[in-house]
Ligand binder design. Sequence first.
Ligand SMILES: [Zn+2]
Ligand SMILES: [Zn+2]
Length: 155
Amino acid sequence: MRLSDDRTRMELLQWVCPRCGTNNVVGANFCRQCGQLLAVRCLHCGQEEYIGSRFCTNCGRPLQGAPPLVEKPARVVLPAGKPRTSSWAIASLILALLGLGPVAVICGHIALSEIGRGTAGGQWLAVLGLVLGYLQSAFLLFGALMYLLRLVGLA
Ligand SMILES: [Zn+2]
Ligand SMILES: [Zn+2]
């Protein structure tokens, strides 16, 4: 990006962000508004210079090709489109259909926390697995209770 001499002179005084135009303090590594890199280091003397400068103010040599002072912060890569269906949700539903209620409940909860973090989709699968799993667990518990009561002769 080429800047006019007038703008460059002004920017040297206040380090205006070339991306969003925010005034930053001289010496700032990044724009306080958008995170744009603002500083480069002179290859010859190590002086920190504004990214729009063409020459080093310390040694007078061209700043072209000077490496960024600080590496750009890593960009968070967002998955494009819909997130994949949580495999925990699928497992929960399958286990529930197989009659393994308590295990389905555990898988369903793992799936929901995964979906809650936004790393996976398929909420309805997880909810279905959870509901079926809880119903089966309730029946199992009820059956076990009845069995115990019968065992001690109360029913
Ligand atoms: Zn900015
Ligand atoms: Zn220099």
